[in-house]
Design a protein around this ligand. Structure first.
Ligand code: ADP
Ligand code: ASP
Ligand code: MG
Length: 404
């Protein structure tokens, strides 16, 4: 049996914690399992490194930024391999390029293209414990790349898929995936299992417990993923394929995303070609537009509103301002104090009235809904950022679990 275990930043946040992780890995090895371990940088380290880079340059060179931030994981693989050797176990560390985690060249957000797991697999077969640096890979020109924040999750699941592991355990600082962020919502409940599709939605709508690409890999290769705490032995949450009983639960989770900015083009003549003219240059600049709202009004003019990630807001705004005169817009408005709050659940497919209950719940608290978007298994609203946590709590209590 082959297990891939991934330990996040808090789980390897100090020498003491690394020794604890080594004991857990050793116990798994003692139980007769082959173990590959993926580790993150110590908690706070990636942010510290990014901060240093910003003291050198306002927009640090992307290639060198990846060389820099990947060092965080180089430290923890070495320390964990040392700790295992101290306990008498045959362990060694491998960096992304040594495993051969091949990625594209999108520095800071690279995608894994393939993993050549031969060296890893033969070492495991020989009884070694292999400790792999999370978050990093190598492109076709041998440049170091990184996979985006939270990318060690993706390293772990991709390795589990490539090595055909029996399970991928994601060890973190909470004991599973909850119905809402337990740090925001006191009544949040641990889910014993969740479907890949619901987890994909939650991850893409702001739940940072798993990086979205790790869930994509898990779904595509049907990797059983077990999210659990490195601080206890309790069972956590299993990511599993959907089964019919899951539709009985209408809403599985509530989540929020503060990484949103809203741009509005005011009083635009309602003509064909408007949206194409506006959004083509934005797309060409690699900005992902999220929600879009356009309402045709009786007098032939419309307001057009859309959201983008905060980090891309100035790029998007520049394109909008450039296009506004040509399109005939009366002006451009911008608001970065917004949040997207979403509910996710397979049961929404077959149950009516969920949206109405969501909107009533927000209305009772006086929270104004600025935008709405729905899909088969989710409803998202954009609201004023200052009400984010309140909205998560009241929606959770109304739609998942009432206050006890
Ligand atoms: P790691 O450093 O182990 O990768 P992360 O900080 O990336 O850990 O993810 C764990 C955190 O995710 C938790 O501390 C928790 O606050 C947050 N979180 C947000 N939403 C949820 C949720 N629905 N269930 C569990 N944790 C959540
Ligand atoms: N160290 C990286 C980060 O902080 C990757 C990870 O922890 O998953 O985003
Ligand atoms: Mg994480």
């Amino acid at each position: 049996m082959l297990i891939v275990q991934k330990y996040g930043g808090t789980s390897v946040g100090s020498a003491e914690r690394i020794k604890e992780v080594a004991k857990r890995v050793a116990a798994t090895h003692d139980a007769g399992r082959q173990v590959a371990v993926v580790v993150s940088a110590m908690s706070g380290e990636t942010n510290r490194l990014l901060g240093l880079a910003r003291q050198i340059a306002a927009h640090p060179d992307e290639r060198e930024s990846d060389v820099l931030v990947s060092t965080g994981e180089q430290v923890t693989v070495a320390l964990l391999a040392m700790a295992l050797k101290e306990l008498g176990y045959p362990a060694f560390s491998l960096l992304g390029h040594q495993v051969q985690i091949a990625t594209d060249s999108a520095f800071g957000r690279a995608r894994i293209k393939h993993i050549k797991a031969d060296r890893l697999l033969s070492a495991l077969r020989e009884g070694h414990i292999v400790v792999v640096a999370g978050f990093q890979g190598v492109d076709a020109e041998d440049n170091i790349t990184t996979l985006g924040r939270g990318g060690s999750d993706t390293t772990a699941v991709a390795i589990a898929a490539a090595a055909k592991a029996d399970v991928c355990e994601i060890y973190t600082d909470v004991d599973g995936v909850y119905s809402a962020d337990p740090r925001i919502c006191p009544h949040a409940r641990k889910l014993s299992r969740i479907s890949y599709d619901e987890m994909l939605e939650l991850a893409s709508l702001g739940t940072k417990v798993l990086q979205i690409r790790s869930v994509e890999f898990a779904k595509r290769y049907q990797v059983p993923v077990h999210v659990r705490s490195s601080f206890s032995a309790e069972e956590g949450t299993w990511l599993v394929p959907e089964d019919p009983s899951m539709e009985d639960v209408i809403v599985s989770g509530v989540t929020s995303d503060l990484d949103q900015a809203k741009i509005t083009l005011l009083h635009v003549p309602d003509r064909p070609g408007l949206a194409a003219k506006l959004f083509s240059p934005i797309a060409e600049d690699n900005v992902v537009v999220d929600m879009i709202i356009q309402n045709a009004s009786a007098d032939g003019f419309t307001d057009l509103t859309f959201t983008v990630p905060k980090g891309d807001a100035s790029k998007a705004l520049a394109h909008v301002k450039a296009a506004a005169p040509e399109i005939g817009a009366a002006g451009v408005a911008f608001d970065a104090d917004v949040a997207k709050v979403s509910i996710v659940g397979l049961g929404m497919r077959s149950h009516a009235g969920v949206a109405a209950r969501m909107f009533q719940t927000l209305a009772r608290e006086g929270i104004n809904i600025q935008m709405i978007s729905t899909s088969e298994i989710k409803i998202s609203v954009v609201i004023d950022a200052k009400y984010t946590e309140l909205a998560v709590r009241v929606l959770h209590d109304a739609l998942i679990s009432p206050a006890q």
